[in-house]
Design a protein around this ligand. Sequence first.
Ligand code: SAJ
Length: 418
Amino acid sequence: MKVIVAGQGYVGLPLAVRAAEAGHRVVGYDVDLHRIKRLTAAESYVEDVPSRQLLAVLESGAYTPTADPAALAGFDIAVITVPTPLRDGVPDLTHVESCAQVLGGHLRPGATVVLESTSYPGTTEEVLLPILEKASGLTGGAEFMAGFSPERIAPGNKKFSFDATPKLVSGIDAKSLNAVKGFYDTLFQTTVPVSGPKVAEMAKLIENVFRLVNISLVNELATLAAPLGVNVWEAIDAAATKPFGFTRFTPGPGVGGHCLPVDPVFLSWKVQRDLGVPFRFVELAIDVNRRMPFYVVQRVTDALDRRRIPVAGSRILLLGLTYKINATDLRASPSARVAHLLAGLGAEVRGADPNVPEDQAAQLKVPLVDASAEEIAAADAVVLLMDHARFDLPAIESHARYVLDCRNRLSGPNVETL
Ligand code: SAJ
């Protein structure tokens, strides 16, 4: 079929390449000309899509990246994978709305539009559908199909490959569900039909709220176990030996990325707006996670105090600044927050992270250095925030005068654990 994937980011590009490999004629549509230029040159900027894989579908002619809306004409299936960020803590659907407007102009009878971008229950039927109908003059259901199918991209997750992850599919009516399921059946080993878009929209949010709440649980436990004299890491590992009814999460300096700090707010915002009551678990989880960078700073300053070293003027080396282990993304990184807070206290802060891309280093407010023996030995305090595989952990143990280990990877008389 002629497939449009609107939005060629970490969700849209893997989907577009997979659809091209599955035999569809795919147009990868994005409004960012710089991205289109890189895609046309077979330069992938998404870690899960190697450039050689992109080159293959470009050369076969199955995949065409473009910023030109005219290329959308005559599509059979259009998938919307544009960002749904928060703006001042409130869901921002402007990218979805403008994308729907453009697609609506090319919507023909018998075609299908699927929303993949994460949003609150009701978005597909209450926001997307009216825009498509107005822009096309067609009636959803009767003349074109529509549905929601959440993305389950796990950046860098080698264990669950793209097509092996079951895909939820939904439609505004039976015909739409058939069309959406039929399309995804050509890409995924397993598709899971649900009764309507709201169920699929809610399921996605349940997946991420589940993670957010459980991460905040172990984070709060970490702040309580230390003064109780309990090693929370060992206790969690012990609990994780229970083979059923338990999922292991680990404490950390906070929760970053583009999913967990954002998606749950779509649900808590909708509940507050429509029901006038707070979704307390999400609000509490966000509050606990937001405090973790402050807790890390407190632990560092306490350790400096014990050695009569004022935090102002102290030299601190932070190891791992991206938002999650082995990730190359700084988005909403709690480590960057720790750096900012310590610099605000007058510390001379340096960061070391081999995963930070050159073009993102500038947004960090601290100089980036190598995690060399000299840098480690020269620091009054070292903080291991993300235990990237590329770090030499024994070197940290042997050269650091003091290290706060936020990932329970180090041991030694100079090591304290979060
Ligand atoms: N984190 C912890 N402790 C944990 C797990 C995560 O502190 O036990 C922190 C991470 O350091 C990071 C944040 O939480 O700062 C988010 O981590 P994440 O593992 O949820 O990673 P993300 O943001 O890349 O989440 C994505 C999500 N995928 C989708 O939304 C489609 C999530 O649902 C996946 O489960 C996750 O990837 C994954 O498993 O890789």
